[in-house]
Design a protein around this ligand. Sequence first.
Ligand code: AMP
Length: 211
Amino acid sequence: MDITVFLGAPGSGKGTQAKILAKDHGSIHLSTGDMLRAAIQQGVDVGLKAKKFIDAGELVPDAVMIELIEKALGRLPSQSKIVLDGFPRTVAQAEALDKNAATRPNRAIYFMVPDELLLERLTGRRVCSKCGQPYHVKNMPPKKAGICDACGATIVQRPDDSESVVARRLEVFATQNQPLLDYFKNAKKLKELNANTPVDELQTELVKILS
Ligand code: AMP
């Protein structure tokens, strides 16, 4: 497997970029946030365990997340090119990936966005309720208000993108981020990118790095 980890604050654009890479360049996008939201919708056990943490903007316990990602990676063919979006979020999660040669990340890319932009990016974010396509009320609106360009379903706001939960998510990120950056820097796997650029420019840069 070739595994790229996307690191960055909530709202830094990791998911948007990973979704384009999956659509246009054959990568497999594994978003632990998307996996948990799907599990909640389907009433699956891991979703029930995770819901109270997600609603509060807290991290879901490492043991739950490590089991979830190990199962997801275990189902993929060994020659897959994978983008991990939202995992690892703690050093314990990074160490769990490294323990097994088959899941050891090849590189980590840090999406750098100035702090003052994140709140506006997150509270303005909307997603398609069906296909997960991301939008933003100002920066990336759909062609028809409230309707997904890709699949025609309704666009909604994630409950944890409300202002009160976003503030806590950014706080949690701020405490977890530096140790994780140090972890990948020490392993000489970290590449930092200015992610405060238009979506297509950032995508071009990522394609170059990943090819
Ligand atoms: P995201 O869609 O990546 O912003 O994730 C949404 C929420 O899911 C987070 O605020 C956490 O509560 C939870 N979550 C997702 N990935 C992880 C992870 N690797 N570790 C702990 N919690 C996670």
